[in-house]
Design a protein around this ligand. Structure first.
Ligand code: FBP
Length: 546
């Protein structure tokens, strides 16, 4: 059974940039270079390095009737709009030739390696248009990196006569897409690979990729709920709410929610790192703001905490770097150690300086840092309860200050973590249009014979008629970074820029948001109604592109 909104929403026809509405031609721009480490990256990608930017433009000439089967993979964490990327891709390849087929590999990249797939027919696609979630084919975090995996994947791609594979993922998955594109080009496999920029975290972006899809919808959902909490907070006037927000590493989600809702305190991981702050500095900063408000008679407020905060605290960052190298070098030994002794093993193998920091952390945090990694080697920050940790540490500091007569107010807390709530929401109009365009555009990149490109739709802070469609070579976003103890080519993550307009806007206003109660209540995403309510992009995008 479907909800009334689902039924009405199924009829929404996402808008396409003008160039994608009829016959088009690919216009090549300047050749590109990787963002850093050009020599090393070029050596590793001899077939796909340096390719030019691409832009699609309308043409009067008829397009070739390209016959091709295409495969698609959803990779990594869910993000609103994934189903629209797939429906755009489906409509694009069917427009090129109605005989073309789309195959979905099941449960992420693992589906390619294990030959688990399904054909996506018009009937199936229609069920999922404009819906949230990745459940049409499922997602997974298997890392595609070994030659054996690529060869196994090629067997099924050739058996299904698939000309191109579209990988919808974040920075890690698109790094893998690029490695796969290079390998298939090198062995002359005849399979193209195209990436699509996904992640609610908003950290896969650059000049040609203005936003990763899902960020718009997820931040709108979180901002709605933060707004609701603010109203509750302002009604009861008795709690400090500590809200942790998803975004594994970069603080874009937290910054966008702060711009939308004006909380009293917002922590930005990138700033904590730049100022070389300790955990105690962060706690003192919050405690002082709580004291100031208490002096004004307000024993309540809202604090936003980015999920990745802990990794930005320089001392903890250094500790994680040493932990990563140490675990990579001793993985086999470490796996044999029983769970009860793992912490001791880690302590025995760390430098004295990092062992002291490790010991000073609450056990729940040190366990997460030492034990659990996702398949890409990332610390699983969503499992660390930073919001609770900070609330407890602030309470302790305020209790000490109370004894000294510095703090005279009350401090009662509530904690929240918003992450999974927003990742599968029905895409906003902006995400629905953007995702459909990304998918449709990917089909045109394939028809143009391209591989190792990421689908790019630009000018997205303007009305759709002004959006620009094209492609960007994935090698362009790469640099060399240490992963599991080795230097590897990876897409550089886009962190919050402290010189950027969104952050500067926030800094100009945060003191007044801390002292006054200036909450904004954005309310739920609207799919129908006036354009300024329904089609509004994020404030991050608006400020960045203004
Ligand atoms: P992607 O980078 O794959 O898009 O995932 C992002 C994310 O939602 C992070 O914000 C979060 O830390 C992580 O996924 C949670 O992972 P999981 O879904 O495996 O719990």
């Amino acid at each position: 059974m479907k909800s009334a909104l689902q039924i009405a929403r199924a009829a929404y026809q996402p808008k396409l940039p003008i160039a994608l509405r009829g016959a088009l031609k690919a216009v090549e721009g300047e050749p590109t270079q990787s963002v850093a480490d050009q020599e090393e990256v070029q050596k590793l990608f001899p077939n796909t390095y340096g390719m030019p930017y691409l832009k699609f433009e309308p043409t009067d000439e008829a397009m070739a009737n390209t016959q091709m089967n295409v495969g698609v993979i959803l990779s990594g964490g869910q993000a609103p709009g994934g189903h629209n990327v797939i429906s755009g891709l489906f409509d694009g390849i069917k427009k090129l030739n109605p005989k073309n087929k789309l195959y979905g590999f099941l449960l992420g990249p693992g589906g390619l390696v294990d030959h688990k797939y399904m054909e996506l027919t018009a009937e199936i696609i229609d069920e999922y248009r404009n819906t949230g979630g990745f459940d049409i084919i499922g997602s997974g975090r298997t890392k595609l990196e070994k030659k054996a995996q690529f060869d196994k994947g090629l067997e099924i791609l050739q058996a299904l006569d698939i000309k191109a594979l579209v990988i919808i993922g974040g920075d890690d998955s698109n790094t893998n897409a690029c490695v796969l594109a290079e390998y298939y080009a090198q062995i002359g496999a005849g399979v193209q690979v195209i990436g699509c920029p996904k992640t609610i975290d908003g950290d896969l972006k650059n000049d040609a990729i203005e936003a990763s899809f899902g960020f718009d919808t997820a931040t709108k959902v979180y901002s709605e709920v933060i707004g609701n909490i603010m109203r509750d907070c302002n009604s009861a006037k008795k709690y400090w709410h500590f809200v942790k927000l998803m975004g594994r590493s970069a603080s874009h989600v937290t910054l966008e929610c702060a711009l939308q809702t004006h909380p009293n305190i917002t922590l930005i991981g990138e700033e904590v790192e730049a100022k070389n702050q300790t955990l105690d500095d962060v706690v003192t900063y919050i405690a002082e703001a709580v004291c100031d408000r208490a002096n004004l008679g307000m024993n309540y407020g809202v604090v936003l905490v980015p999920e990745g905060l802990i990794e930005f605290i320089p001392a903890i960052k250094k500790l994680i770097a040493e932990l990563n190298d140490m675990l990579a070098a001793n993985q086999a030994d470490f796996d044999l150690v029983s769970d009860d002794h793992k912490i001791d093993y880690v302590l025995a193998h760390l430098s004295d300086e990092n062992a002291a920091i490790f010991r000073s952390l609450p056990l729940s945090v040190s366990r997460q840092l030492a034990l659990e990694r996702d398949p890409h080697g990332n610390v699983q920050v969503s499992l660390i309860e930073t919001e609770q940790l900070l609330a407890e540490m602030v309470a302790k500091k305020l209790a000490d200050w109370k004894k000294d007569g510095i703090f005279t107010g009350k401090f009662a807390t509530q904690h929240h973590f918003f992450g999974y709530e927003g990742r599968c929401a029905a895409p906003s109009n902006w995400d629905a249009d953007y995702c459909y365009s990304l998918g449709f555009n990917a089909s045109m990149l394939i028809a143009a014979g391209k591989t190792g490109y990421m689908s790019s739709i630009k000018n997205t802070f303007k009305p759709v008629d002004e959006w620009v469609a094209g492609g960007i070579p994935i090698t362009m976003m790469m640099n060399m970074e240490k992963r599991n103890g080795e230097m590897k080519p990876v897409i550089r993550k886009a962190l919050v820029e402290l010189g950027g307009k969104p952050y500067k806007y926030f800094v100009r206003h945060r003191t007044e948001w801390a002292r006054n109660t200036d909450f904004v209540y954005p309310g739920p995403i609207q799919y129908f109604g006036p354009s300024e309510v329904c089609d509004r992009p994020t404030l991050t995008l608006t400020l960045e592109q203004e």
